[in-house]
Design a protein around this ligand. Structure first.
Ligand code: F6P
Length: 359
C-alpha cells in the first residue's frame, strides 16, 4: 500500500499554466497512489516559512487545467534574503525545514523560476526531498528546452504586436512594443519574429541607436511608412553594456524614463524627427488561460513529476529536452541562466530576412 504526503507551492511571478502543472502532478499521483495527502502552501515560500497551508484534495485540482494564475497564490521571496532572518529574527530556512518535518512530508513540489529554483536547491542541500517544475514566461531556466508560461506569453505579446501593426500602418508611425523577459530576450525574440517586427532589441545583443535609426530610415527610403520595434524590457545600449553592473544599475535608477523603450523612442524622435509611440502590454503577458501548448507541456511535466515522486527519486527539476521529459539534478542547474545566443541559428535566420537587431 503506497501512501504519500506531499507539499506544493508556487513562488515568484505567476504565469498561465501553474494550475495545469499542479493538476498534472496530483492526477498522476491520485491515479496510482493508495492514499494521498496534499498540503498546499499559500503565497510561495511564505506559506512554508510561516506554516500557512491548506489541506487539499484531488477535487481542488479538478477543472483548473485552463485557469490562469495559481490557486495557491504566489509571492516573491528573494533567494538572497533566505539566509537573512525576518523582522522577528526568525531563521527562514530552519522554519521551512520545521514545517516540512512537522507535517511529515515525503516531498515538496516547487513550481517557479530561477530564484525559486535556487531556494529549492538550498532546501535539497538542507536534506528535504524536493521536485522543481520550471515555470516562467521568460524561458530563462537552464537545463530545459522550454519553461511553461513561455508559449502562452508569446501568444499574448504577438497579439499585441499584431494590433499595433494595423494602427502603425494607418498612421505611418514608428511603434515600439516593449516585451517582458527580465534579463533575457527569448520572449521578445519569438514574439518579435511571430509579429513581423522590423527591429528586435534584446539584452543579449546590445544596440547602437544609430543602427536602429539606420534600419528605420532604410524602411522609409523603401517607401514603408511605418516601423515596428519589439524591444525587450532588458534591452541595453552598447554604451551601457560597457558599464559595470553597479554603474549601470545606478544609471538606470536615475533614468528619467519609465523604461528603456521610452528612452529609445525619444532618441529616435530626436534623430529622425518622426512620431514614435510606445505600447507596453506588461503583466497581460502573464495573464489569462494557458495556451494548448502549455497545457500539454504542464500535463506532461506534472505527470513526470508524479512518477519521480512515486519512485522516491528526489532533488530534480523535471525538464523538457528534445520532446522528452527528463529528471535534471537541481545541483547542476540552480543559479544558471539560459540566454539567447547572439550568434545562434535563429538570430542569423532573422537577420537574413532583414530583421535588424540594432547591432
Ligand atoms: O519573471 C517574470 C516576469 O514577468 C518578468 O518578465 C518581469 O521582468 C518580472 O516578472 C516582473 O515582475 P513583477 O511581477 O514583480 O512586476
Amino acid at each position: 500500500m503506497l501512501m504519500m504526503r506531499i507539499g506544493m507551492l508556487t513562488s515568484g511571478g505567476d504565469c498561465q499554466a501553474l494550475n495545469a502543472a499542479m493538476r498534472g502532478v496530483v492526477k498522476g499521483l491520485v491515479e496510482n497512489v493508495d492514499e494521498l495527502e496534499i498540503y498546499g502552501f499559500e503565497n510561495g515560500y511564505k506559506g512554508l516559512i510561516y506554516e500557512q497551508y491548506r489541506i487539499l484534495t484531488a477535487a481542488d485540482f479538478s477543472g483548473i487545467l485552463t485557469k490562469g494564475g495559481t490557486i495557491l497564490g504566489s509571492s516573491r521571496q528573494p533567494f538572497k534574503q533566505m539566509r537573512v532572518p525576518d523582522e522577528n529574527g526568525l531563521d527562514k530556512v530552519e522554519a521551512m525545514k520545521n514545517t516540512y518535518r512537522k507535517l511529515k512530508l515525503d516531498c515538496i513540489v516547487i513550481l517557479g523560476g530561477n530564484g525559486t529554483q535556487k531556494t529549492a536547491n538550498l532546501l535539497r542541500e538542507e536534506g528535504l526531498n524536493v521536485i522543481h517544475l520550471p515555470k516562467t514566461i521568460d524561458n530563462d531556466i537552464y537545463g530545459t528546452d522550454v519553461t511553461f508560461g513561455f508559449q502562452s506569453a508569446i501568444n499574448i505579446a504577438t497579439d499585441a504586436i499584431d494590433c499595433i501593426h494595423t494602427t502603425a500602418a494607418s498612421h505611418n508611425r514608428v511603434f515600439i512594443v516593449e516585451v517582458m523577459g527580465h534579463k533575457v530576450g527569448w520572449l521578445t525574440l519569438y514574439a518579435g519574429i511571430a509579429g513581423g517586427a522590423d527591429i528586435i532589441l534584446l539584452p543579449e545583443i546590445p544596440y547602437d541607436i544609430n543602427k536602429v535609426v539606420e534600419a528605420i530610415q532604410k524602411r522609409s527610403n523603401a517607401g514603408k511608412g511605418f516601423t515596428i520595434l519589439a524591444v525587450a524590457e532588458g534591452a541595453i545600449s552598447k554604451e551601457d553594456a560597457e558599464l559595470t553592473k553597479k554603474a549601470y544599475k545606478a544609471k538606470a535608477a536615475s533614468r528619467k524614463y519609465p523604461s528603456v523603450s521610452y528612452e529609445i523612442a525619444d532618441q529616435i524622435k530626436e534623430i529622425c524627427g518622426v512620431e514614435v509611440r510606445v505600447a507596453v502590454p506588461g503583466h497581460t503577458q502573464r495573464g489569462g488561460s494557458p495556451c494548448p501548448y502549455d497545457r500539454v507541456l504542464c500535463t506532461r511535466l506534472g505527470s513526470a513529476a508524479a512518477k519521480a515522486i512515486m519512485d522516491e527519486d528526489y532533488g530534480y527539476m523535471i525538464a523538457m529536452i528534445d520532446g522528452r521529459t527528463k529528471r535534471v539534478p537541481l545541483g547542476e542547474v540552480a543559479g544558471k541562466l539560459k540566454t539567447v545566443d547572439p550568434n545562434g541559428q535563429m538570430i542569423k535566420e532573422a537577420k537574413r530576412i532583414g530583421i535588424s537587431f540594432g547591432d
